[in-house]
Every structure is written in structure tokens, then in C-alpha cells.
Design a protein around this ligand. Structure first.
Ligand code: AMP
Length: 401
């Protein structure tokens, strides 16, 4: 795969697939603009080379063909305007047509001068995007002589702007932006040749979404630390009473296989020794801190307890490389955020190479104020898991062909 630096882009029109799928709060404000800031180096590089730059991204999950304010990329346009600080024009298709390739978008495109930037509307306003539709991809390709993919977070999806579009470009006219190249290099290097001890911290809600990654990690790491909702499937597999905690009954055998595999490979496997339990899934319910052995039948575990955070900290002490994916509890509710926040602090405190993968996990690190202390915070959760699983990402394969 070529990177943008290896392509001759001077003075050309460049179509950049970005990942501007940013979180928005209840007032419509962008609550975390890291994904936009992460795209700036590639955009600026193109502007400095007198390119006409067309930006495209998906945003949330709108119904195709229907304009709804809450799915518009308008807030991203406003933030880009603040962040880019360019003398040139930043255009935005504000026709509210519910189309990506609208009449307005074409008019704006025709108006562009060298160094100008045009942001198209949410790609998912067109049904063709998620269907990897070639016709839609062909239309998009009319907006650029060069195609650049800088949307790591979307590379595991076979969508028109990620996959089908690349068929309209040869190897001299398509490549990876700086962000994509950095993500792929980072994960590649760490997974191929980690400095040991190599520790994986895995959390989040479900075992199912991370089973493949767990199986792959067991072949590579020295220790695995499991927290979050997924820990309860493992605890149940070990015979603990887990009350009403999240569990995937059909994966209990699989959980036993994972633990056996860890044992056979000499991998140290850590599970919570105490939990924060509540009678219901609510910010307002009463809570107790109990050893894992004592979870009441009608209660559920929603965070790791204080003894567990201390144990996990011990296990992290000698780590030289740490991969972290998934929160340790329901961090969205303050009562159950402590385990995740503490883990973030502990991971950040180590001198290890620390890689945080995934939207939720990056969010925890951000809330904990630890982002700057981490070696690398990936912008893509699903995509980084696929890389760990050793799967080829469609978006990257498409750039190589
Ligand atoms: P994932 O998308 O699999 O990384 O899961 C992230 C979600 O897991 C977050 O929204 C957390 O609220 C949720 N989560 C973490 N721990 C628990 C738990 N003990 N019970 C229920 N949900 C949890």
C-alpha cells in the first residue's frame, strides 16, 4: 500500500475518506474532536500542495435518502473551519437534500480553486454507501483524481467509499493518509515484535465480539487481564454465582477453552476478585463492594472492585507493552466508572508502550485525563480488533490491489 507521500498529488484534486464519526452531546456539540484533529495532517499536506481537497465521511446511522439535522456533518464542518485556519475556502454542502452527490455539492466542487476544501454530506445519506454500491462509488470518484483513505476506524467495513471506490484508481492514484498509515504501522509493529512482558487488558460488554481477538492474543501475550461485563462469562464458567450479571451462556464452553489454552501456553490469566454490585442497572441504585464469591443471586456486577484494581495494578507492574481494549465496568454511569478510570491511570503510569484501542476505551482514557500519557490511542475500535485477530481489513486490501 502506498502512502500519500509516495503519490504525485501536487495541484490535483484529492478525495480523502476521513472518519469524522465523532460523539455529539445532547446539545448537538461535538464532545470529543480527536478524530477531526487526527485527520488534519493529511488535509494540510494536500492544501500545502495546492490540491483541491474533497472530504467525505460517514456519521452515525441515518436513514438513507432522508435529511435529518442530527445526522448532518454540519457540526464537523464548523469544527473543521476552526481547526484548519486556512486562507482558502472551506465549502460545505448545506442544501439539506439528504443526498451526498447533490446539485449543490457539484456546484461547490466546480467553484473550488487550488487549496480549497469541500466537505460532502454524511456518506450514509446514500443507500449505496453501506451496500458497497459501484455506481455510487463511481459518482464519488468524480470528486478526485487521487483517492486517499485516512479512515482507519472504517477500514474493516466493505463500504462504497472504502472499498468499491478504489477500483476506479490505479496504484499511482490511491493510497493511505498519514493517520491510516500510522495506525497500521503501529499495530503491525507491536503485534509482530512486542517488548515483553506483553499484557492485554480486555473489557467491555461481550465475549462474543472479542472472542477471536482473545484467541489470537493468547498466542502473543504473557498476561491477559479480563474485566467488564465479559468477565462474568468466565467467572460463571469457573462455577461462581454471578447473579443477574451480564453473561453469554452459549459461550461458557468457549470461555473454558480460552482459559485452558492460556494455561497450556503458560499465559497468566487474571479475572476480577471483587466486584461492585447493584440490584438494578441504574445510576441511582444502591451498591455493594463484594468478593466475587459473594455476588447475591438477584444482583449484578457493574464494575470491578477495589481489590481487583490493586491486583490488576500489580499484574501491570512489570509490563513493557500493554494493549487495552474495553472498559472495566459501566463507565457511562459515574458510580461504576471508578474501575475503568483507575485502570486508565495505572496503564498510563507504567513505562510500558501503551496502546489504547477503541471508541469507549479512548473515551475512558480521555475522561481520566490520561490520553497524553498513552503511547498511542487508536481511533478505531472494531478495526483495531480485526488487526489483532490477524484479519485483513477490506480498506487496506483495496489500497494494495
Ligand atoms: P464493548 O463495546 O464490547 O467494548 O463494550 C463497552 C460497553 O460495555 C460499555 O458501554 C460499558 O457500559 C459496558 N460494560 C462494561 N462492563 C459492564 C458490566 N459489568 N455490565 C454491563 N455492561 C458493561
Amino acid at each position: 500500500m502506498k502512502t500519500i507521500r509516495e503519490l504525485d498529488i501536487d495541484g490535483k484534486t484529492v478525495f480523502i475518506r476521513c472518519d469524522f464519526n465523532v460523539p455529539i452531546d445532547e446539545f448537538g456539540n461535538i464532545s470529543d474532536d480527536r478524530r477531526i484533529r487526527a485527520a488534519l495532517p493529511t488535509i494540510r499536506y494536500c492544501i500545502d500542495r495546492q490540491c483541491k481537497v474533497v472530504l467525505a465521511s460517514h456519521f452515525s446511522r441515518p436513514e438513507a435518502g432522508k435529511f435529518e439535522e442530527k445526522y448532518s456533518l454540519y457540526p464537523v464542518y464548523k469544527r473543521l473551519d476552526t481547526l484548519l485556519k486556512i486562507k482558502h475556502e472551506l465549502f460545505f454542502d448545506d442544501s439539506k437534500s439528504g443526498k451526498v452527490i447533490s446539485q449543490r455539492a457539484k456546484e461547490l466542487y466546480a467553484k473550488m480553486r487550488d487549496g480549497d476544501v469541500l466537505l460532502l454530506e454524511n456518506l450514509r445519506f446514500d443507500a449505496g454507501e453501506t451496500k458497497d454500491d459501484e455506481e455510487f462509488a463511481a459518482e464519488l470518484s468524480q470528486f478526485g483524481e487521487i483517492y486517499i483513505n485516512d479512515a482507519f476506524g472504517a477500514c474493516h467495513r466493505k463500504h462504497a467509499s472504502i472499498y468499491a471506490i478504489t477500483k476506479f484508481y490505479d496504484r499511482e492514484h490511491k493510497g493511505a493518509g498519514f493517520l491510516l498509515a500510522k495506525e497500521v504501522n503501529f499495530f503491525g509493529k507491536v503485534l509482530e515484535n512486542p517488548t515483553r512482558p506483553f499484557v492485554a487488558v480486555v473489557g467491555g460488554s461481550k465475549v462474543s465480539g472479542k472472542l477471536e481477538a482473545l484467541n489470537k492474543l493468547i498466542e502473543k501475550v504473557d498476561k491477559i487481564i479480563i474485566g467488564g461485563g465479559m468477565a462474568f462469562t468466565f467467572l460463571k464458567a469457573m462455577g461462581y454465582e454471578i447473579g443477574k450479571s451480564l453473561v453469554e451462556e452459549d459461550l461458557i464452553d468457549e470461555a473454558i477453552n480460552v482459559m485452558n489454552k492460556a494455561r497450556r501456553n503458560g499465559i497468566k490469566f487474571y479475572l476480577p476478585v471483587d466486584v461492585v454490585v447493584a440490584p438494578e442497572f441504574s445510576e441511582h441504585s444502591t451498591v455493594k463492594y463484594l468478593p466475587t464469591q459473594e455476588i447475591p443471586k438477584e444482583w449484578m456486577g457493574l464494575d470491578i472492585g477495589p481489590a481487583t484494581t490493586r491486583l490488576f495494578r500489580e499484574a501491570l507492574n512489570d509490563a513493557h507493552t500493554i494493549i487495552w481494549n474495553g472498559p472495566m465496568g459501566v463507565f457511562e454511569m459515574e458510580k461504576f466508572a471508578k474501575g475503568s478510570i483507575k485502570m486508565s491511570h495505572y496503564i498510563a503510569e507504567t513505562h510500558a508502550t501503551t496502546i489504547v484501542g477503541g471508541g469507549d476505551t479512548a473515551d475512558v482514557a480521555q475522561r481520566a485525563g490520561d490520553v497524553d500519557e498513552m503511547t498511542f490511542v487508536s481511533t478505531g475500535g472494531g478495526a483495531s480488533l480485526k488487526l489483532i485477530e490477524g484479519e485483513e481489513l477490506p480498506g487496506i486490501v483495496a489500497l494494495q490491489n
